[in-house]
Design a protein around this ligand. Structure first.
Ligand code: ADP
Ligand code: MG
Ligand code: ZN
Length: 466
């Protein structure tokens, strides 16, 4: 089995996060539930209408191109991809064929072929009475397509690639890239071969909409291809779908029935000299910190790996963490991660009404803990309070008498009192009953009404009982 080499190439579509659609002024709103609200003569392809390219969408594709170190084409154009289907009102999709906006680049060390810009289709739904309903809200939404070289060799690598691309799209604000919403959709081309100098025949699994399905579909196909090869059967090149329920792929369309799209440049749209229309250097220099760089930075913070994953996957969580670290200092990276990712997320998971406090209040709280003004118990209690109602933790702690005393002189007095009030316990301790020590700590805490710093008490007690 293992002497087969698996080869995978991915084609990933992402809906761009823009205000308006690709060729008209209609709202680009993936959350609109009511069908056919955001449509006009242009995206419904009425005769005599003309598309006008959305430059913000083009800029977003250039942004991704810069983020992945691709080459931004000097010159690009849009082509018509001709086919008939009710979800494509013009009878063709405007896409890019010979001259994509971006050529080359890498994600997760894997070579990209190209990134181009096209338009999304409408959404068809089939009802029980044999009718097909079409919602054109999505028709003409800007859609980016990224194609990789056949350089991915396992389902794990494919998922890691897709996750990294999703992070890049989110960090750069290019797309929300939510797979469940169909904002990011994956097609996987898969082949196996025993001969490293030759690819096997590939099959393409279309429209996979979760990372788990990418993983399942690739592993299913690899096993199917190997089994066929072992039996001496030929793999036929075809398009397949993924059946979530059966956890299996199924044949959709054979290569012989493949479309001839008769691509040609769209005469309605101008050619674009990208380096004249856009300041590419400025787009490059205004890129945010990318997920790989952030991960590299966090690798110096001694965090457990699942914490790094949470911070990297959720760009807002990472930014929140960074703003707290910038006020309490990077040397407290582990402490902040523990309060944020264990305590805070734990509370959020239990109670939906809670919210992350402002980062300045969170930072203040951690600062008080670091100074020893709050015990860890006190810190957690106040955290729960400011998650319910965002407020200044110091004000709250002062009002509720929760500030821990670090005043050595005051604590020393309490220690002396406790020792002089407990002669028999002191004798026991001195005769070797070491467990007695925690009794003294308890008494000191009681006398300080819970506000004495327990570790300071321990130090002072050790000194006094020597
Ligand atoms: P098609 O014309 O059938 O769409 P392309 O050459 O455009 O094929 O490639 C589409 C995708 O399939 C790309 O991601 C490419 O890397 C990948 N691919 C091409 N050949 C193979 C192969 N033999 N095995 C796996 N993936 C492949
Ligand atoms: Mg293809
Ligand atoms: Zn429109």
């Amino acid at each position: 089995m293992s002497d087969y080499i698996t080869t995978i190439g991915l084609e990933i579509h992402a809906e761009l996060h823009t205000n308006s659609k690709m060729w008209c002024g209609c709202k680009n709103d993936p959350y609109e539930k009511k069908p056919n609200q955001n449509i006009c003569e242009v995206c419904m392809a009425h005769p005599g209408t003309l598309p006008v390219a959305n430059h913000k969408a083009i800029k977003k594709v250039i942004t991704v191109g810069c983020a992945v170190n691709g080459t931004i084409a000097d010159f690009t154009e849009f082509d018509r991809k001709n086919y008939f289907y009710p979800d494509i009102p013009k009878g063709y999709q405007i896409s890019q064929y010979k001259l994509p906006i971006v050529v080359g680049g890498k994600v997760n060390g894997k070579d990209l072929t190209r990134i181009h810009l096209e338009e999304d289709t409408a959404k068809s739904s089939h009802d029980n009475e044999g009718y097909t309903l079409v919602d054109y809200n999505r028709a003409g939404v800007p859609l980016m397509e990224l194609v990789t070289e056949p350089v991915i060799h396992s389902a794990e690598e494919a998922v890691a690639f897709a996750r990294e691309l999703q992070r890049i799209l989110r960090y750069t604000g290019v797309s929300e890239a939510n797979m469940e919403m169909g904002q990011m959709r994956i097609e996987a081309n898969i082949s196996v071969s025993k001969d490293p100098s030759k690819f096997g025949t590939k099959c393409e699994v279309k429209n996979i909409n979760s990372f788990a399905s990418v993983f399942g579909a690739i592993n299913y196909e690899v096993a199917r291809h190997i089994e066929a090869c072992e039996k001496g059967e030929k793999i036929v090149q075809e398009t397949r779908g993924w059946d979530e329920g059966k956890q299996a792929t199924f044949s959709q369309r054979k290569k012989e029935n493949a479309h001839d799209y008769r691509y040609f440049p769209d005469p309605d749209l101008p050619k674009l000299y990208l380096h004249k229309l856009f300041n590419i250097d400025e787009i490059k220099s205004s890129l945010p910190e990318l997920p790989s760089a952030r991960k590299e930075r966090y690798s110096k913070y001694n965090l457990q790996s699942n914490y790094v994953d949470i911070l990297i996957d959720d760009v807002n969580m990472g930014t929140y963490y960074d703003s707290i670290l910038s006020s309490v200092g990077e040397n407290n990276s582990v402490l902040v991660a523990n309060y944020l990712l264990s305590d805070t997320l734990g509370l959020l998971a239990k109670d939906e009404s809670l919210r992350l406090p402002s980062s300045s209040n969170f930072a203040k709280l951690i600062g008080m803990n670091i100074k020893g003004e709050l015990s860890s118990r006190g810190t957690k209690d106040i955290l729960a309070v400011i998650m319910k109602e965002d407020q200044d933790p110091r004000d709250y702690a002062e009002k509720n008498n929760l500030i821990q005393t670090n005043d050595t002189e005051a604590l020393k007095k309490i220690v002396e009192e406790v020792i002089s009030e407990s002669p028999t316990q002191v004798a026991d301790y001195k005769s070797g009953k070491e467990a007695m020590f925690m009794y003294f700590v308890g008494q000191c805490m009681k006398k300080s009404k819970g506000n004495g710093n327990p570790s300071l008490f321990q130090e002072l007690l050790k000194e006094a009982l020597k």
